[in-house]
Write a protein that binds this ligand. Sequence first.
Ligand code: SF4
Length: 395
Amino acid sequence: MNTPSAQFSRRQFLQTTGAVGVGSLLFRSPLLAADETPPKVAKKKFGRTGVEVSHVGAGLMFDTRNAEVILRTAHNHGVNYWDTAAGYERMGSETGIGTFFEKNPEVRKDIFLVTKGRGDLAKSLDGSLSRMKTDHVDLFFVHGIDNISAVDRPEVKAFAEKAKQDGKIKFFGFSSHNNMAACLSGGAKLGWIDGAMITYNYREMHKPEMKAALDACEQAGIGVTAMKTLGGRSGSDTPEQAALLAPISARGFTPAQAKLKAVLENPQIAVACVQMPNMKFCRENIAAALDRKELGSLARAALDCHAQATADRYCGGCNHLCGAAVAGAVPVRDVMRHLLYYHNYAELDARAMFAELPASQRAQLTQIDYEAAERVCPHRLPIAQLMREASALLA
Ligand code: SF4
């Protein structure tokens, strides 16, 4: 529904851009006159924490050491949820954030800073704090779990409690690219999880198990962050598949903006964290969040049609299926994710991520028979072909 305030915002927004498109606003924003206030993205409460976070978050999974203008633009537009991790770009993400805070100390208090770690969590957290030149992070995630058993451990709970007592973290949770719905449902039962970050997009949102998991998180007061909102590799549509998205451009959005808005319109998602590795993505994502016009039924239907027509290009994070079929010899889902980064995000070093897989797994990539895995894959992905592609591009 277009409320009067929403219509006003839209009108204001178009006036500010000169009615030539959403991107222009954000191109101008660093150059706004001193007495002009940049429009701010809407905020939402992050679960039971009571903290208000920007509806769209800044994904900083890249080397931020030369990204001051991106960080400043995000801050100017009220994007206060900043997401990083110890491992991103060999510490370059956290190091750049630390440099930015050192140069702009007044900004830190505005930011809901999120990082992730694995292994020795206390050591990982201390490293993150040191690199980001801050005495605390607002939310700390155990990074990339496949199963809630990775978190549901006395030593993990003890770490979270002590880190909170010491003032090093305010809130605690986990992130997941795999078996997301099961991880969320399991986390909702624990009673001591504040937040969770999961792969969630226009393809995932209709799955009954995902809907049930989000209901459980809402009841448990867990703030949910969506990531991977694009839902797979972009730019590989056939002309027929691309034509399915025509109602989206008629509505005034790019396909990426429409996919983001579909996620943002779910009230159970506190924040959609989107990668902002360059100014183009930064502008496009913030502009989508600023534009209060709803996606609309035709554009939503177009996304649903597109999801069905391109399901065989999307890896849905069900590694328990293909992983079991190859007896765990290759982490198929992780390799799919590296391939996605290679194709979608030139700024990310997908080859370096791939290189972190055990050598034995990389060596077996093209040696394994994937027939059983392809049979159980709900998206009917040509796994053998994609593993060969990954080997050729990433090894
Ligand atoms: S390759 Fe198929 S079975 Fe494996 S995680 Fe992706 S969608 Fe699931």
